[in-house]
Design a protein around this ligand. Structure first.
Ligand code: SAM
Length: 261
């Protein structure tokens, strides 16, 4: 029950960001494009974009594949996608934990920067394997432990609340990617360091991406001015010579095949 409430909060947080998302989504763009070399070459395929957001990549997939379905838990994200994407795409408002598609019905599942919001992750991966046809592919990117470590350690100087999502270790994710019904064919981990003018710029970007929901945060609402000031002072330890504030995103991507029986 607690997990489902948390998923509603994630949906709300992304939903309120649907209009600002595309201009702030530089990390998502970068990661989504880096998955392209793993895309299958045949075009007579049924494809599911899991956590399709504003539909930026769903539209690219629809220009290549016969039948494309964009699935997202956020009503507002789907509304934005339906109004702004022009290819023939079927949109589904649904939870990745309960994909409303039949067993063995999809050739290829694409999921860019969505599964980091899924806890427990193994249930979503089981659901992906259920809808994939044998021999079908799952291509994903996600964020792993160490992401936003600058922000995390700066907040740790201030209080013991949780201000940054606890991203899972890469090994933990890998442990779900090989099994009797699946095999990890290819994987890579990249550190992407984005530059910000100041910490407020970083905070605004996370908010405009809807990525500011922290499931285990104890205190509600914004931190007080004193705490914020203390945190930004600590962040200066990471500042680069040209006065740029860096933020590290540890991106893990993979290509998984569903094995035949
Ligand atoms: C960071 S955005 C990525 C959007 C898109 N894939 C892109 O590359 O721009 C993550 C998306 O996953 C969706 N999402 C989060 N948890 C979900 C869940 N349990 N089921 C379906 N969608 C979910 C959010 O609503 C949001 O639109």
């Amino acid at each position: 029950m607690a997990k489902i409430t948390s998923r509603h909060k994630i949906a709300k947080s992304f939903g309120s960001a649907s209009d600002s998302y595309d201009i702030s989504a530089r990390l998502q763009r970068y990661c989504g494009k880096h998955l392209m070399p793993w895309l299958p070459n045949r075009n007579d395929l049924t494809v599911l974009d899991l956590g399709s957001g504003t539909g930026f990549f769903t539209e690219i997939l629809a220009s290549r594949y016969q039948q494309v379905i964009g699935l997202d838990i956020s009503k507002n994200m789907l509304k934005f996608a339906q109004e702004n994407r022009h290819q023939a795409i079927s949109w589904l408002e649904a939870d990745a934990y309960k994909i409303p598609l039949q067993n063995n019905s999809v050739d290829f599942v694409y999921s860019n920067l969505m599964i980091q919001w899924c806890d427990p992750l193994n249930l979503v991966l089981d659901e992906v394997m259920r809808v994939l046809k044998p021999g079908g592919l799952f291509v994903f990117s996600t964020l792993v432990e160490g992401t936003l470590f600058e922000l995390k350690s700066s907040w740790a100087q201030v209080d013991d609340d949780q201000h940054v999502v606890d991203f899972k270790p890469e090994q933990h994710i890998r442990s779900f990617l090989d099994g009797v019904d699946r095999k990890l064919l290819n994987a890579k981990q990249q550190d992407i360091i984005l530059e910000y003018e100041n910490v407020l710029h970083l905070a605004h970007e996370l908010k405009s991406l809807g990525a500011n929901h922290v499931p285990n945060k104890k205190s509600k609402g914004l931190a007080g001015k004193d705490k914020w000031q203390k945190m930004t002072t600590s962040y200066q330890d990471f500042i680069e010579p040209n006065n740029i504030y860096p933020a590290t995103y540890k991106v893990f991507s993979g290509l998984v095949v569903k094995l035949s029986d």
